[in-house]
Design a protein around this ligand. Structure first.
Ligand code: C2O
Ligand code: CU
Ligand code: CU
Length: 482
């Protein structure tokens, strides 16, 4: 079998967007745990400034982790195809909805227009309908790990939990760093699914939607505990996405530190050494791993995390809540030769602090009774209403948003379209300069973020990225006015 690496493939200059199958991946010869490459999602890359592809959402029989079940898929794949473009590229995505319910696509973290046929979450594509998403990625867009998923209010959790999620990678400056160019790059898409013992996907009826649904099976790139075989040179670069609707991942690699180089889609100034990486739904991280221990196998673990509870709904034995108590193995990394001298990149970016805000707003996150819908998740006491404007800001304004969680559960807060800087947590200044698009606000916490509403006017949303909370009302409409 002929093997190319990615850059050689680009050099081949395939016409139009290239569909690259799993055979094109680096030679990862899993001998013990599994034989397929760890990332078998197909790949569409832009060429000559255009990323063009057909994308179909449909329910398909997919075999995952040795089990066959009907999943909701983009192009029949779990996870969905990975899309890659560069700053300045045009994207033309010919979308067909063959689900039996309406849907749409959100480009999470991308800084692109929020109106028209771009990152417009108010589009509603009915079953059988087609829509061409058409937008340009700004020339000054940061390189990073972004993703796409459905965003039709009321159906978001259900459609993600069915499998609809894929990576959207912007290639750029960061990828040109010599240490990263030499690194082995692997993508890890974390998803959980509810499968019964016959392997059928179970519906959400007996799940705690108040806590946010969690599945009993965790998959990495659609596989359970895949083996990731490391090549003999370079650092390992893991680009990780939490595509689960509600589950948090608290990741640790046995005997190894992570050197984080990006938060969500945004590069850090320099690598930060961490032993654990907490990823809430929606968040991404880019981390480096040194192969500096004895050769052998190391497990990537998901450590217990308690994200709060709702009294009687916190009981054990509930589907998928098992990792509250014990670590779970997500994947296994293997290397045959250790290298102690691999240098980390020294400086990656230079993040400058946003100027002082023109206005401060307060958002209280909680749940309670809503006159309109009964039990609901609330922002400032209100449950989401499609026709209500909650927050109006001026284009290019800089604002501080104080996020106050007075409830009993953690809420990861996400704003569409513009990344933000975390200023403080419980009044304590955040020491690490970083850009994020989703920030964890733990129960009882107050987190202040600073955000600049750049370039694109129009209406969009902010919400809790536990998607059941979003569907149950913890979302607001944001109008960015010229
Ligand atoms: Cu990941 Cu509103 O989205
Ligand atoms: Cu988003
Ligand atoms: Cu929430």
């Amino acid at each position: 079998m002929v093997k190319f690496n990615r850059r050689q493939f680009i050099a081949l200059g395939a016409a139009g967007a290239a569909l690259v199958g799993s055979w094109l991946r680096r030679d990862i010869s899993g001998r013990t745990v599994t034989s397929a490459p760890v990332d078998s999602a197909s790949l569409y890359q832009s060429s000559n400034g255009l990323l063009q592809l057909d994308l179909e959402a449909s329910e398909r029989l997919v075999s995952l982790g040795g089990k066959q079940a009907y999943f909701l898929t983009y192009n029949g794949q779990i996870p969905a195809p990975r899309l890659e473009a560069k700053p300045g590229d045009r994207v033309r995505l010919h979308f067909t909805n063959n689900l039996n319910q309406p849907t749409n696509i959100h480009y999470h973290g991308l800084h692109i227009p929020i109106t028209g046929n771009a990152d417009n979450v108010f589009l509603k594509i009915e079953p059988g309908q087609k829509l061409i998403y058409d937008f340009q990625i700004p020339v000054n867009h940061p390189s990073g790990t972004f993703w796409y998923h459905p965003h039709l209010h009321g159906l978001v959790a259900e459609q993600l939990f069915g499998g609809l999620a894929g990576l959207f990678v912007v290639r750029g400056e960061l990828d040109e760093t010599p240490e990263l160019k030499a690194a082995q790059e692997e993508f890890l898409v974390l998803q959980d699914f509810a499968l019964d013992n016959r392997g059928r996907r179970s519906d959400s009826a007996h799940m705690s939607l108040m806590m946010g649904r969690e599945g009993n099976v965790i998959m990495v790139n659609g596989r359970t505990n895949p083996l990731l075989e490391l090549s003999d040179s370079g650092l390992l670069r893991l680009r990780i996405l939490n595509a689960s609707p509600s589950r948090f991942y608290r990741l640790a690699l046995e005997d190894h530190a992570f050197y984080q180089i990006a938060t969500d889609g945004n590069t850090l100034n320099e690598p930060i050494e961490i032993n654990e990486l907490l990823l809430t739904p929606g968040q991404r991280a880019d981390v480096l791993v040194k192969r500096d221990k004895q050769s052998g196998q190391y497990r990537l673990l998901n450590l217990p995390y308690d994200r709060g509870n709702m009294g009687m709904m916190s009981g054990r034995g509930m589907m998928g809540r098992d990792n509250r108590d014990r670590p779970m193995v997500l994947a296994t990394i293997n290397y045959k030769s250790a290298v102690s001298s691999l240098a980390l990149p020294v400086s990656l970016a230079s993040i400058s602090a946003l100027p002082e805000p023109q206005i401060v707003r307060y958002f209280e996150l909680n749940h309670g009774m809503s006159p309109a819908v009964g039990m609901a998740f609330l922002i400032n006491g209100e449950s989401y209403q499609g026709d209500r404007l909650d927050t109006q800001v001026k284009l290019n304004a800089i604002e501080d948003w104080e996020l106050i969680n007075t409830g009993v559960m953690d809420h990861p807060f996400h704003v569409h379209g513009n990344a933000f800087q975390v200023i403080s947590r419980n009044g304590q200044a955040e020491s690490l300069p970083a850009w994020r698009d989703t920030v964890l606000v733990k129960r009882g916490e107050t987190v202040r973020i600073r955000i600049s509403f750049n370039d694109f006017a129009g209406k969009t949303v902010y919400h809790c990225h536990i998607l059941d909370h979003e569907d149950l009302g913890m979302m607001g409409n944001l109008m960015i006015e010229v």
